[in-house]
Design a protein around this ligand. Structure first.
Ligand SMILES: N[C@@H](CCC(=O)N[C@@H](CS)C(=O)NCC(=O)O)C(=O)O
Length: 266
């Protein structure tokens, strides 16, 4: 699979390598969207090479104390490897989605226009990632290591609270942020241009539309700036639109965003 965006910038950056589980969007998608929206080429290691999964497994190996370039081990994917950008010109390895977003946001001009915007963007991205984590907990409320089928009853309780209390709280918050950002016209969370806060929130909304179609059909009407202006606008942004139509955009699978009929609004 090629990950060369159609409108690739001249190479002014290192050959970024995304290390994430193959075949599903997952948390890797927050990183992919940054590359795609900024027309930055990258390698999606596990999706592009047969043995790429071994690289993912190696950085998170539970007996690892770090790699030969002096990087610490990663707790869990996604991770980003940046050849030549580490200490002493070695490879740099970063992990944790927000840490990677922040690094790339600064390098690729996708993190606002000044220091205040830079921090607001991080705050909003973290809030969207909190919503992502809470979505995960609707189907795995007891244990990440156990099957959904082994925690169906608590999942039902968790999902009900999530739909009834948490979704409107998060959506109401982002609706207010969009309305309050006068230079964003409902299209951007911060300032007058797209940032990784926007792509991160967009991905969570898109996943929720897949996971909870009935609930979202109702909620959409309650938050018009979020769903009638912001969501479709991000989808049409240069780089994102082409990406979503490409084979690089992977279908939702057994990741955070799963559709279980019984967890949706009845
Ligand atoms: N907060 C971390 C969470 C990382 C995470 O949970 N990664 C998942 C895949 S999306 C995983 O493989 N977890 C394995 C584990 O936690 O043992 C981040 O955002 O990067």
């Amino acid at each position: 699979m090629s990950t060369e965006p159609s409108t690739k910038k001249a190479r002014t950056h290192p050959p970024y390598e995304l290390l994430y589980w193959p075949t599903l969007p997952g948390r890797g998608e927050f990183i992919r969207l940054v590359f795609e929206a900024t027309s930055t080429s990258y390698t999606d290691v596990s999706n592009e090479s047969k043995d790429g999964i071994n690289d993912v497994l190696a950085v998170k190996a539970e007996d690892s104390t770090g790699d030969s370039d002096g990087n610490p081990p990663a707790f869990a994917p996604p991770a980003l490897r940046i050849p030549g950008e580490g200490k002493g010109g070695k490879n740099l390895l970063l992990y944790q989605t927000p840490s990677i977003l922040s690094y790339l946001g600064d390098k690729l001009g996708f993190a606002g226009e000044d220091e205040a915007e830079r921090h607001w963007i991080m705050s909003h991205a973290l809030t969207a990632l909190d919503l992502n984590n809470e979505t995960h907990d609707t189907h795995h409320p007891v244990s990440v290591a156990k099957y959904y089928e082994d925690q169906k009853e608590p999942a039902l309780l968790k999902a009900t609270d999530f739909r009834e209390a948490r979704l409107p709280k998060f959506f109401g918050f982002f609706e207010r942020v969009l309305k309050g950002n006068k230079s964003g016209d409902g299209k951007y969370l911060v300032g007058g241009k797209l940032s990784y806060a926007d792509t991160t929130l967009w991905q969570v909304l898109d996943g929720l539309l897949f996971a909870f179609p009935k609930e979202m059909a109702v909620r959409k009407k309650e938050f018009p700036t979020l769903f009638d202006t912001f969501y479709p606008s991000v989808k049409e942004q240069k780089g994102i639109k082409e990406y979503l139509a490409s084979k690089r955009r992977l279908p939702y699978g057994n990741g955070v965003f799963r559709h279980y009929e019984e967890l949706d609004r009845q």
